[in-house]
Design a binder for this molecule. Structure first.
Ligand SMILES: Cc1ncc(COP(=O)(O)O)c(C=O)c1O
Length: 432
């Protein structure tokens, strides 16, 4: 959302220039350093993209894309210093170019960057700190660089541990871009038509109280009804002679429409999956790190403890870092083949230092509480808008994980495809 011509950077001078009261020193940064300067025009970039960047790589606002020159906090700036409120970001959790992240990254880069086959402090200190945010049984970290890598690894661990191959996924899910993950991402593979769905993938209906197979108030009974659909899938798989390795889902569904599952859904699903010998994977790539306000991990909102949790996006505030956290038992099974897990960049000292700095900031700036308060405020305002605009069918979410469902008609709940695209563009042009 374009908000104003920039007069000056919006991060306060005290934050930029020195010692934050909340405990860590910040790098001094001169505003002049950050001014957009020269460079290629939007048109030149688009021409070069057409020539040298694969066509499948899309840009936002394709009819009139924005060149972003720099960013600070919640704002991004184009080459004319126009300021945009960054509402499309689920990565820079503690704000763009946070001085603490920049400083720690820079210092560690100038001290040591190597791989996890050597011993160094930060990987174990960070793993210990990260593990302390989970229930005690989730104590084993495996480092990677992207959410896709983390989910791919989670599938390998699950399959190795269970000696099974089949995966239950939730309709509309997106878990990443590798071959194995497209297979478990109906959000993507449905574009491939019939050949997209593999026989070792079982798709559970999205437990969506507004638009799903069963609609109504998000009661425990509704959650249990949706969970029974997973039980039916398991029973059918067994009848077909198949064996379930894992159930994977986000703890709240992201790309599939910001869906908050009804209570008891994951509780019952995890029970059915474990009874069938499978393990339960929670993808917290989008919803973790306090974003949902009440809880640090979104799975906590369902009262469950997964066997494997995958982390990405906000974990490094834009630095490529991801982690798979699991139990000693599963980590043991994974190691038992004798094939070591090595990832050239996963767990390198710079990434770990950045991850640790992100945790410093979440704690020192009380960001989980902030997500709760700001999220409640935003939801309240959106609900007020809903009373005025029939286009808003539902406002839902937890903390700063909020979805607004647009409908042409509140009874049929039909989605206005054209209006959504139009709104997206209007947001950019600040007409929203
Ligand atoms: C829920 C979820 N899991 C996994 C991924 C894949 O992460 P990455 O793009 O870092 O590979 C994404 C990315 O959008 C995601 O939203």
């Amino acid at each position: 959302m374009r908000v104003a011509k920039r007069a000056k950077l919006d991060v306060s001078a005290s934050e930029m220039n020195g010692n934050l009261e909340n405990g860590y020193p910040c790098q001094s940064r001169d505003e002049d350093e950050t001014k957009a300067s020269g460079g290629l025009s939007t048109q030149e970039i688009m021409e070069l993209r057409t020539k040298h960047i694969g066509k499948a790589c899309e840009v936002h606002f394709k009819d009139n894309p924005i060149k972003i020159a720099y960013a600070r906090g919640q704002y991004m700036y184009d080459e004319q210093d126009n300021r945009y409120l960054d509402c499309i970001n689920n990565v820079t959790h503690v704000g763009h170019c946070h001085p603490h992240v920049v400083k720690v990254c820079h210092e560690q880069m100038g001290t040591l960057n190597t791989n996890s086959r050597f011993l160094y402090d930060i990987i174990v200190k960070y793993a210990q700190r990260l593990a302390s945010t989970f229930p005690p049984q989730l104590s084993q970290c495996h480092f990677a660089c992207t959410g896709s890598e983390a989910n791919d690894l989670a599938l390998r661990i699950a399959r190795q541990h269970t000696d099974a191959y089949d995966i239950i996924t939730v309709d509309r899910a997106y878990h990443g871009h590798t071959t194995a993950l497209i297979d478990i991402s109906p959000y993507k593979y449905r574009k491939l038509g019939a050949k997209g769905k593999k026989d070792y993938i079982h798709v559970a209906p999205t437990p969506d109280p507004y638009r799903g197979m069963f609609q109504g108030e998000a009661t425990p009974e509704l959650g249990e009804k949706y969970a029974l659909e997973v039980k039916k899938l398991i029973d059918q798989a067994h009848k077909d002679g198949r064996k379930i390795a894992a159930f994977i889902s986000e703890s709240m569904q992201g790309c599939g429409g910001q869906i908050v599952y009804p209570p008891n859904y994951l509780r019952d699903v995890y029970k059915y999956v474990r009874e069938a010998g499978g393990v339960c994977i929670a993808d917290e790539v989008q919803v973790g790190f306090g974003r949902v306000g009440k809880h640090f991990w979104a799975f906590e909102s369902q009262g469950v403890v997964p066997d494997i949790v995958t982390l990405g996006k906000p974990i490094g505030n834009g630095h490529p870092l991801a982690v798979v956290v699991t139990t000693p038992e599963l980590a043991e099974s994974f190691a038992a083949t004798g094939m070591s897990y090595f990832n050239t960049y996963g767990g390198n000292p710079v990434s770990c230092a950045v991850g640790n700095a992100v945790l410093d900031i979440i704690e020192n700036e009380n960001l989980q509480q902030h997500a709760l308060e700001l999220g409640d405020y935003l939801k309240e305002k959106l609900l007020q808008l809903q009373t005025k605009h029939r286009l808003i069918g539902e406002v839902r979410g937890m903390g700063l994980y909020i979805g607004v469902e647009l409908v042409t008609d509140r009874t049929t709940r039909n989605q206005p495809q054209k209006r959504q695209e139009e709104l997206f563009t209007r947001q950019k042009r600040s007409l929203f």
